[in-house]
Write a protein that binds this ligand. Structure first.
Ligand SMILES: Nc1nc2c(ncn2[C@@H]2O[C@H](COP(=O)(O)OP(=O)(O)OP(=O)(O)O)[C@@H](O)[C@H]2O)c(=O)[nH]1
Ligand SMILES: [Mg+2]
Length: 232
């Protein structure tokens, strides 16, 4: 009888230790996006923090809602600067989540009214970042749900797939469409996605009513835990 109690006691202790370890591992790996803090605005990749750890970048046409989505994700209204005027984000903005993990707000592309010289400078910074940044773990491509999959968006997605990067296409400003039109656009994009090959998924999102936020968070949590696959 005494042996039985002893065995029960030992087993209980072991279970407690194991569950505590598990809890520790899970809580350590779950990212808190609220902890994001501004690190640097870099004019080009040479001014970025060391190319180590992991980054997830937000890319898309000017005015697509990249900075707004970052603010919703991090629960900070003015972490990334937003503006009605396209071309607000002109540098590579870095927001650190911890010592190892960063969110990147990239300059928007495709805005016609920016002076050519300036445009060339940003586009160079953007393409250098995308091509050379080894710690990039995934690309969020944001597109206004009313004007999705423009040529440059598609080019970017093709490039990411070729580089073995997972892509999350985020159809922003979903609040601007009625439910039927929203679903129809989502379906259309879902049907187009297999054409890209690779790991591409799509969600609808609204910075206004925060729809799509759980899906965005869940994809980013996954990416920040995935070891990088080198180019073939
Ligand atoms: N209705 C609505 N407006 C949005 C949403 N997201 C962004 N906006 C508005 O769209 C405009 C552009 O948003 P930003 O987040 O600055 O866009 P961006 O992609 O960072 O733009 P650039 O920095 O110029 O590349 C702002 O006026 C935002 O308030 C959304 O989900 N719904
Ligand atoms: Mg911006």
């Amino acid at each position: 009888m005494q042996d039985l109690w002893l065995e029960i006691a030992v087993r209980s202790v072991i279970i407690c230790i194991l569950s505590e370890c598990l809890r520790h591992i899970v809580s350590n790996d779950t990212l808190s996006f609220q902890k994001a803090h501004f690190t640097i605005s870099a004019p080009d990749i040479r001014h970025l923090p060391a190319d180590s750890g992991m980054e997830v970048a937000f890319a898309g046409r000017s005015n697509a809602g990249k900075s707004s989505a970052l603010n919703v994700l991090t629960r900070q209204n003015s972490l990334a600067r937003t503006s009605k005027t396209p071309g607000r984000t002109q540098q590579i903005n870095v927001f650190a989540l911890d010592d190892e993990r960063r969110l990147i707000d990239l300059p928007g592309y495709g805005f016609a009214k920016v002076p050519l010289e300036m445009k060339q400078k940003w586009q160079l910074a953007l393409s250098e970042y995308l091509q050379e940044r080894k710690c990039l773990r995934g690309l969020v491509v944001l597109m206004d749900i009313r004007h999705p999959m423009k040529d440059l968006d598609q080019e970017l997605i093709h490039w990411a797939v070729e580089s073995n990067l997972p892509v999350l296409a985020v159809l922003t400003k979903a609040d601007k469409l009625k439910s039927g039109a929203r679903k129809a656009t989502l379906l259309k994009i879902k049907e187009a996605i297999p054409g890209f090959g690779g790991d591409v998924s799509v969600i609808t999102f609204s910075s206004l009513n925060k729809s799509g936020l759980p899906e965005l968070e869940s994809v980013l949590q996954q990416w920040f835990q995935t070891p990088h696959m080198e180019n073939p």
